[in-house]
Design a protein around this ligand. Structure first.
Ligand code: IPE
Ligand code: IPE
Ligand code: MG
Length: 236
């Protein structure tokens, strides 16, 4: 069953996506891995259109993990160039569509041109309301939790204890809705250090589709599957 229209309540407010399989997609076509990443970036726009149409409020895209620095320098460089190109060519459209860009992760190791591009995109879209597009770049779930604890500690009074609420205020995702649905493409069944705190009661959806082939119908399929799930949150 392919979902067509908004059904309030049953639409996941926040969808996380581990965009995986670009390299294998390219390999199947005898193309360099960089082509897989390029085609992978092209699917983001139609997916955001579909997410808006469905009534999703936030989409978190895993674009680069803290572990991805282990890849060859040339691939990493290519990914930064691609991210810059994405914002250069899409920022006006993003603004027209009232999409708010957020960034989750550390800007520290990024090339300054990439860093500046991300800061500009976040700054210039911060008042937008239709949907949040949260780019997780140089992101790690464990690193995020450690950072949140340290940030909280810096302002804590002696003897004060941390709570879930206090910690969440210092997560990159502060203010975003609960993560209702996580999608991972390319047939891998793991989390790879993505949104570890936020995943506590998220519904998980895995598909064999490689990321560059993931289209609006695949997103609708994932949401339709989500709607069939019975969420109990530990209750009956
Ligand atoms: C996901 O595709 C994109 C990033 C991690 C940047 P991969 O590059 O991991 O593709 P595979 O897993 O090698 O096919
Ligand atoms: C996860 O994919 C990170 C992103 C999609 C950005 P990877 O391809 O890096 O994950 P592993 O290494 O297969 O776990
Ligand atoms: Mg991969």
């Amino acid at each position: 069953m392919i979902l067509q229209k908004k059904e309030e309540n049953r639409i996941p407010a926040h969808v996380g996506i581990i965009m995986d399989g670009n390299g294998r997609w390219a390999k199947q076509r005898n193309l360099p891995r960089s082509e897989g990443h390029k085609y992978g970036a092209d699917v983001i726009e139609p997916l955001m259109d579909c997410a808006i149409e469905l009534g999703v409020k936030a989409v978190s895209l895993y674009a680069f993990s803290v572990e991805n620095w282990a890849r060859p320098v040339s691939e990493v460089k290519g990914l930064w160039q691609l991210l810059e190109y994405f914002f250069k060519t899409k920022l006006d459209l993003i603004k027209d569509k009232d999409i708010q860009i957020r960034h989750s992760g550390s800007l520290k190791r990024l090339p300054s041109s990439t860093k500046n591009m991300i800061i500009k995109a976040v700054e210039e879209t911060k008042k937008n309301k239709t949907i949040v597009l949260n780019f997780c770049v140089n992101y790690g779930g464990r690193q995020e939790i450690i950072k949140a604890v340290n940030d909280w500690l810096a302002s804590a009074k002696p003897g004060e204890v941390i709570t879930e609420k206090k910690l969440e205020k210092h997560l990159y995702t502060a203010g975003l809705p609960e993560l209702d649905l996580l999608i991972r493409t390319s047939g891998e069944y793991r989390i790879s250090n993505f949104l570890l705190w936020q995943l506590a009661y998220t519904e998980l959806y895995f598909t064999d589709v490689l990321w560059p082939d993931f289209g609006p119908d695949d997103l609708r399929r994932a949401v339709a599957e989500f709607q069939k799930r019975e969420r109990r949150f530990g209750g009956l």
